[in-house]
Design a protein around this ligand. Structure first.
Ligand code: 0O2
Length: 221
């Protein structure tokens, strides 16, 4: 009897997780379509890299407990909005907002929350644009709208975040003060690099426009 209950719960968890896996598949397809389209038409591709992760059932339950939410499927569905995570890495800060706008324009996607940790970095120094989006997943039994956390960041922000994440785990969340200070400084250096690169990128683009205009004048002459 009890074993049966456990089996049913497990099957239900698998089914629950599958919706989020499908949502990741859908989101990755959307980003890949943009990437391929850019490759075909644009002078350069704003999408450098795409990755994804599905939160493990263990980590979902852990988060529910930590945040003191009730432990039920409804509660997990309503309260844990980062079960499906997709991360997009770009070259330049302006690309991040360009991708945000392209996602916002898609009719089947709803952005229900935007957390701009670029405009307002976290105390740790963390920077990224987080979009909480909802996308439809067409399952055998019907349509489900599933939340996906989309993290969009530059290569420099990603470099910083992956190292910080490793350090955070190594110290089990208790990073020594001096290391923490250095991380904050490194985040500032990364942010300055991003802004310098953005400036250079902008001048190259303007240079191209001037260059093309010059060519046109030359042709006319
Ligand atoms: P993982 O390993 O990526 O799954 P909460 O999730 O409730 O703790 P909140 O406010 O709901 O926090 O979400 P938030 O902070 O907007 O985004 C959470 C995710 O952003 C994290 O997921 C990280 O991926 C990333 N993130 C946020 N802050 C930091 C930071 O200071 N350093 C790094 N490296 N990443 C950060 P998870 O689930 O914590 O981790």
């Amino acid at each position: 009897e009890e074993l049966d209950g456990i089996r049913r719960q497990r099957a239900r968890f698998t089914d629950f997780m599958l919706g989020y896996k499908f949502a990741i598949d859908e989101m990755i397809t959307k980003i890949n379509i943009l990437r391929e389209d850019f490759n075909n038409t644009n002078e350069y591709n704003p999408i450098e890299h795409i990755s994804s992760r599905l939160k493990t059932p263990q980590n979902i339950v852990r988060k529910v407990r930590r945040k003191k939410f009730p432990l039920s499927f409804d509660s997990m569905r309503d309260n844990i909005l980062d079960i499906a995570g997709v991360r997009v890495t770009c070259s330049f800060i302006s690309d991040i907002y360009k991708i945000r706008d392209m996602i916002a324009d898609q009719e089947d996607v709803t952005i229900f929350e935007e957390r701009d940790y670029i405009a307002r970095p976290k105390a740790s120094g963390y920077q990224s644009l987080h979009l909480l989006v909802e996308i439809p997943v067409f399952r055998a039994r019907g349509t489900e709208r599933i939340p996906v956390e989309l993290q969009i960041r530059t290569i420099a922000m990603d470099f910083w975040a992956s190292l910080e994440h490793k350090i955070y785990y190594k110290y089990d969340g208790h990073v020594p003060d001096d290391l923490q200070r250095e991380l904050i400084q490194a985040a500032d250096v990364a942010s300055r690099l991003d802004r310098t690169m953005e400036g250079l990128h902008e001048s190259v683009r303007q240079g191209e426009v001037v260059h093309l205009a010059d060519e046109a004048t030359d042709r006319e002459a």
